[in-house]
Ligand binder design. Sequence first.
Ligand code: NAD
Length: 431
Amino acid sequence: MKICIIGTGYVGLVAGAGLADFGNDVVCYDKDTQKIEFLINGGVPIYEIGLSDIMKRNIVKGRLTFSANLRSAVSESRVIFLAVGTPEGNNGEPDLSDMFEISDSLGKLISEYKVIAIKSTVPVGTHLLVRQRILAKANAPFDVVSNPEFLREGSAVQDFLLPNRIILGVPSTAAAEIMREVYRGLYLNETPMVMTDNITAELIKYSANCFLATKISFINEIARVCDHFGADVVTVAKAIGMDGRIGPKFLHPSPGYGGSCLVKDVAGLISIASKAGLELEIPKAVQKVNNGQRELVITKIKALLGEIRGKRLAVLGLSFKSSTDDIRNSPSLHVVERLLSEGGRVTGYDPASMDNFKKHFPDIEYTKNPYEACRNADIAIFMTEWNEFRELDLMALRKIMRGDALLDPRNIYLPELARKAGFRYAGFGRN
Ligand code: NAD
């Protein structure tokens, strides 16, 4: 199948490489011409495990190409995936301007039957708006399919190649047949495919992300209860996760969820529902608890150090989670902002996201490794759970620091080991 991907970001690039790996001919287009040039010259613009390999493999076979020419990319393709950004806009509502801009451009370019597959996360009913905009200018029939994406940054390639399920909101049997062909590699693999209508497909994505966010906020609230009563949240989470109805995943206390999806999708669902006259209580509470987690980091730092003013604080982990260079809505952004505003001196380290973080905080000190970040620091704060942090020599770290405080919002370390190394240790829900 000949496929065009519009929007070559985290989702578009991984989907493009993955669909090529399934045997399709894929051309990726982006309005960011510098990005396309970089890709044509063999560059990989994002950090994602396995992405470079799968791209190379398919570029060599001639199944994955990049183009800055929308007209030719569209005309040579049967299926056009839309993977442009849908960031949080006013009042939590998703900003669909990129989606609408590309729909307007597409209309003019459709002169034979095409399937337009929306991969971006979009509010319920967006497929109709996209359809109307294309229809206004199109010279041939087309179908709009809703095919939301569930990959996770950090394991995006594996998630795309081995998904739990494929959701296809299809308006016609012709479109359903074509989408089955696109995902033939997975179909043969017996990956479950949920064929449904567009509206249901759009709502599945929001419901899934909201539910995941709910699990995170729930365990974060339980961690606060554990802190209060002296219980161990790690054991609580493990034990409740053994119940098949609950499951063990997404039950890890943290400084709150971040990234480009959960924050905006919870806000999006609240706002879409509210516009329709439905006030959603659970997502609102999830949001409130999540915002509180970032502030809890500051409260715990103060409990360990007293005042922040004049202190040297090593922030380890700047991306919103491990294995990604993405800092969108990262709790570290909030924490660093607060520490600086209270007169702290911040040193930052992250294995992959320092260049992105520097765009927001050019003036803090960045180091080549976690030990250097902690040199003469009063406190080490482990904001993300990179494997590199799990392997640190805590005794050596303690010796390099001038203070003895270690804050571990993701509970990477065993409290007794940290204490044995000479630290005053605080985790989340396991003091
Ligand atoms: P991104 O910001 O990384 O990439 C979006 C790309 O679209 C950018 O390269 C941008 O230049 C391009 N673009 C914008 N307008 C364009 C236009 N008119 N024509 C061509 N290109 C255009 O975004 P992302 O993280 O890949 O997310 C894309 C969508 O997928 C969002 O709706 C998001 O919610 C959803 N999603 C993201 C993830 C994730 O983990 N990042 C997972 C599942 C779903």
